[in-house]
Design a binder for this molecule. Structure first.
Ligand SMILES: NC(=O)c1ccc[n+]([C@@H]2O[C@H](COP(=O)([O-])OP(=O)(O)OC[C@H]3O[C@@H](n4cnc5c(N)ncnc54)[C@H](O)[C@@H]3O)[C@@H](O)[C@H]2O)c1
Length: 437
């Protein structure tokens, strides 16, 4: 990838489109509105609160990221979305039960103006969902054409300058790449033939790329992680990325595991279990959708700990992930981890992590950051997979010949160095030998 020669300024309005207007998406919409009215603080958002050090440690140049790279401002964001339920964003947020009624009341009028467009949906891919706000079309290709029209209409109606799309809809059943995913010609043919290997999320991604709109995948679905859409994104100069927002338990895993490895502490086993009671939990109660999530959650440890490189420390660990749908908890998930580690001379120790987290409170700022960074990437002429945004994903997409980077600290360094690189600033290696000359 070549360094951007110039980055177009974020002029005009930015449309943020989310397939799925459920817990995560409506928490993002409500929260952004509360923040832009000055009623709240965007905690958890790197683009809003983060800074970046430039130059030497002695220079004290530490601007806010959003000023350094000129991100779109919150006041210029216009939200839109699709859902299989016809509820407006207020009703959907009320049902999701993430924000309390006091916060929702403040943004009720605003949220009521956001009504979902009809979804491209097929129950074969999300078994535990029964909605009525669904598009009709003879073929999957027709549905993708309708989505393209939605995008164009939304842009025109809201007088937008640019758009980004972040998948915030349900987790689809587990799918592996097939022959029809290998090139665009086969993919388009398969859409027209209603081939089962074309999931609804792929139609949104295809529509977004066709319209020159960056696409980020917040669920573990295969979606854009296939050669056909990756090549298409390159051809259309569109940034894409995924998969699966890194929020609660996996965030903790990618914080702790690099620590064990840095200190050469061994691992015998890591047992992770979750209870959650939101719609996402209900969808994940279906074994097909759970398998997609499980694969996504299992990857991180293998890549961070490198069992082949450190067979004595990480060659034999057991890693299990369980998710149980437990309605009383709603969006307030509990993630337990039992970690069996070992130290000097192989003596065993245990660590227990009990994270009483709020799923959508952790996810909403990630969606905001992704929307703003993908818009930046597009304005900078970057295209295809944006690996520098791995920081936000449980199963980061990367070039074919690479393995994904899961270590949160490496991801953070990579993200910030990419921003420095884009802006022609010196990269920071943390060597610092020059301070001791
Ligand atoms: N911490 C987190 O909350 C977190 C972390 C990682 C990933 N995710 C993923 O983000 C996604 C959203 O999570 P959520 O908690 O908001 O779930 P949710 O169930 O509250 O919302 C998802 C919405 O998507 C809709 N939907 C499903 N298929 C659709 C389609 N084809 N087109 C349009 N809409 C469709 C559903 O009707 C639902 O309203 C899920 O896939 C979830 O696995 C969430």
């Amino acid at each position: 990838m070549r360094r951007p020669v110039s980055i177009a300024p974020p002029k005009g309005k930015l449309g943020v489109l989310t397939p799925g207007m459920g817990a995560v998406s409506t928490t993002l919409m409500a929260g952004t509105e509360l923040v832009r009215r000055g009623e709240s603080t965007p905690v958890g958002s790197l683009t809003q609160m983060g800074t970046i050090r430039l130059g030497k440690r002695t220079e004290a140049r530490i601007p806010k990221i959003k000023d350094f790279v000129k991100l779109a401002e919150l006041k210029d964001i216009v939200f839109g979305g699709w859902d299989v339920f016809p509820d407006d964003a207020y009703k959907a947020a009320e049902k999701a039960g993430v924000l309390d009624s006091r916060d929702l009341a403040k943004v009720e009028k605003f949220l009521k103006t956001i009504r979902p467009m009809k979804a491209a949906f097929d129950q074969n891919y999300v078994k535990n969902l029964h909605g009525t706000n669904v598009k009709k079309g003879k073929t999957k290709f027709d549905l993708a054409e309708q989505l393209r029209e939605d995008i164009r209409d939304f842009k025109k109606k809201n007088k937008l300058d640019r758009l980004v799309m972040v998948w915030c809809a349900s987790t689809e059943v587990f799918m592996r790449p097939e022959a029809v995913h290998q090139d665009l010609g086969s993919f388009e043919k398969a859409m027209k033939a209603n081939h089962p290997a074309i999931a609804p999320s792929m139609l949104y991604a295809y529509a977004a790329i066709s319209e020159g709109v960056p696409f980020a995948n917040g669920a573990p679905n295969l979606t854009v992680d296939i050669p056909a859409l990756q090549d298409f994104a390159k051809e259309k100069q569109v940034p894409i990325g995924g998969k699966d927002f890194k929020t609660g338990q996996t965030l903790m895993k990618t914080v702790l595991a690099p620590g064990f490895k840095a200190r050469m502490l061994g691992l015998n086993g890591w047992f992770s279990t979750n209870i959650l009671g939101n719609r996402d939990g209900e969808v994940l109660d279906d074994p097909g959708s759970f398998k997609t999530k499980e694969e996504s959650k299992l990857g991180a440890l293998e890549y961070i700990l490198q069992p082949k490189v450190y067979p004595e420390l990480y060659g034999k660990f057991t890693h299990k992930v369980r998710i149980n749908y437990y309605p009383p908890r709603g969006d307030n998930k509990e993630g337990w981890d039992n970690i069996d580690i070992f130290g000097w001379l192989g003596y065993p120790m245990q660590i227990k992590v009990d994270f009483l987290c709020r799923d959508s409170i952790l996810a909403a700022p990630i969606v905001l950051d992704l929307a703003l960074f993908f818009d930046l990437a597009k304005r900078a002429g970057m295209r295809g997979i944006q690996e520098w945004l791995s920081f936000y994903f449980k199963s980061p997409m990367c070039a074919k010949e690479l393995y994904p980077e899961h270590d949160l600290f490496i991801q953070s360094m990579k993200l910030k160095n990419t921003l420095r690189w884009m802006m022609g600033e010196e990269l920071i290696t943390h060597l610092g030998a020059e301070y001791y000359d």
